[in-house]
Write a protein that binds this ligand. Structure first.
Ligand SMILES: Cc1cc2nc3c(=O)[nH]c(=O)nc-3n(C[C@H](O)[C@H](O)[C@H](O)COP(=O)(O)O)c2cc1C
Length: 227
């Protein structure tokens, strides 16, 4: 039993990829709910269970995406609720960021100087990559880093639960670029920090963008044993 579970979890973590193109196949409400039931089993400091997952559907989703894409196309800028990346970005991290971008745009055949090609792909963030399920993930606004840590566990739990059901996911940090617009469209008050979006659906295995292959740094850079 233990061995089988270990193999199963190893398979889920190894096979999970960020998927940015989806088949036109609905995900049932029951399946979405089941994923969130699993995500919320994540541990959290003092069992505070921070965060909210807001599924946007129908007209609400259409209007949100239309406004987001319009804001992006017009070059509108907002102050984000929280800073995701270190500023300045240390060189080691910058190299990883560049490698991830190269993997993505390389899979799409978008060259480094093809600004329009990059923009087109970036814009797809604001359509949740046309995934059948679209979530906006928020956090109660007074949380410090601990709340983000807790939420990250739920997000990964959700991703693995989806993977186990044959579903694919992509977290969408780009959503955090327009917190006020999102709050306004969804009628959320200022106490909701906009953390990220999440796309969920059945992967379009043939889509070039889904051939993106990222790597990981050496385990010895990540895991240190002292003493
Ligand atoms: C919190 C978070 C936010 C992310 N935001 C975006 C995003 O806005 N757009 C995107 O295309 N990918 C996004 N990603 C996906 C990462 O680029 C991806 O996880 C990373 O390159 C590793 O690739 P993998 O998920 O396929 O293993 C995000 C991932 C996480 C965990």
């Amino acid at each position: 039993m233990g061995q089988a579970l270990d193999t199963c979890l190893a398979g889920l973590t190894a096979d999970r990829r960020s998927v940015r193109a989806y088949r036109n196949q609905a995900v049932s409400d029951a399946d979405v709910r089941a994923l969130l039931e699993q995500a919320r089993q994540a541990p959290s400091g003092a069992n505070l269970q921070p965060g909210t997952f807001v599924q946007v559907r129908g007209v609400v989703r259409e209007q949100l995406c239309a406004k987001l894409m319009q804001a992006w196309q017009q070059g509108q800028q907002e102050t984000e609720d929280y800073a995701y990346f270190p500023k300045p970005m240390p060189m080691t991290l910058r190299r990883r960021q560049v490698a991830a971008a190269q993997a993505l745009y390389g899979a799409l055949g978008v060259t480094r100087d093809d600004r329009a090609g990059r923009d087109l792909q970036f814009e797809r963030n604001f359509r949740f990559f046309d995934a059948p399920v679209a979530l906006i993930v928020t956090l109660e606004h007074d949380f410090g880093p601990g709340g983000y840590m807790d939420l990250g566990m739920s997000l990964y739990g959700l991703m693995l639960a989806a993977q186990a059901k044959g579903l694919a996911t992509c977290a969408i940090g780009a959503m955090a670029s327009y917190p006020s617009l999102i709050r306004q469209q969804l009628g959320l008050d200022a106490h909701h920090t906009i953390v990220c979006g999440m796309a969920i659906g059945y992967a379009d295995a043939d889509a070039p963008v889904n051939q993106t292959q990222t790597t990981r740094c050496e385990i010895d850079e990540y895991f240190k044993v002292l003493g």
